[in-house]
Design a protein around this ligand. Sequence first.
Ligand SMILES: [Zn+2]
Length: 411
Amino acid sequence: MYDILFTGANLYHKDMTLAMNLDIAVSDGRIVEIGNNLNVKNAKRVIDVQNKLVVPTFMDTHMHIDKAFTMNNDETKSLIAACDNSNWTDAYYFDWTEEQIYDEIYRNSSKVIENCVRHGTTLVKTNLLFSKSWRTIALDVMEDLKKRYKNYCDIKNVMNYPPEYKEELIRATKEGKADFVGGYPHLCPDHELETRNCFEIAKEFDLPLDLHCDESDCINLNNFNYIIEMTRKEKMEGKVTCGHVTGLSATNIPIEMQKESIRRAAEVDMNITTLTSCNMYLMNMGRRGPTCVRQLLDANINVAVASDNIRDTFRPFGNCDLLEEGLLTAQAHKMGTTELLRKVMNMVTYNAAKNALAQDYGLDVGCRASFNVLDAVTPEDAILDQSEKLFVVKDGRLIAEKGTINREFLV
Ligand SMILES: [Zn+2]
């Protein structure tokens, strides 16, 4: 007996092909059968999705959930704070109690997760902020939210280890609270030393890496090239992600220099996350254009697109909607043909899943039954039309329908 049978779907696959008019049977959280005219009498529930697009659920591989929705009304002041002082929280939260800070981060982060789910995203990699005022509260919140939303969204903590909290965070890592080792080597006086520190922790705990990298318009790829070198040295091919990498598209970068770095990145199966919308916005604060997505894709590098900041001090926009981020990416990189728009769809689905090291992902029998039914016929339509998410299914559970969350699976 199937738990749910979806009939008449158009299935979008990783090789960018579309299989039309197929039924998908779901049982015990998995896709158990795909075919024509599966027996509706075998299903506890039948949902007709005739000529609607089915894609695996979206994955947002670079967010800062804890900071989201903290944009204050004084935009100028808040942007200056963001650029001049990475510990902007200390200026704002200095007289708050621990409980008040926890409640604020909990409320804002819940809003992010629920918006992600409504828009069909069921995995988020989130960087966590540790500061004098916040201390390690964001990690506590995320651990609580991981449990509350476990049937809706897989939250993956990307943990950096500031010296002030290193001991505490290493302890938390031993307890299994870190999913990725993060870091900002490009902001450190000695980027090589910081990169080595990040790799050391990753090796010690057998964790993948996700590093912020080259968020500037400088023709200087030393940081990116060093991460590539360390990936090779530590044999971590496929397990390292660099986010931003805007140096690769710096103004007037010599084309040979760009090509050489991309060639080396491809050799170590580097994952790249482009934060298109955030980099487009921040361009005005001294140009920080998005990385060279087309050249990276042409070199067969796994590129995902993600939201980065949602209505916080770095970017006052964002809806936790990867179809929206996809449309912005398509526009920024002139990806308007059917083939290129399908590549964009892959950047929020299959490529993102590889980046997140998600298991059993896709639309084949045996995969986790995690997919979106979109009100579109093709993936390119879904991006151009910003189609409604008719059904969001995670591990066989119908967790959202037409933008409304089904709350019965909350823990
Ligand atoms: Zn970021």
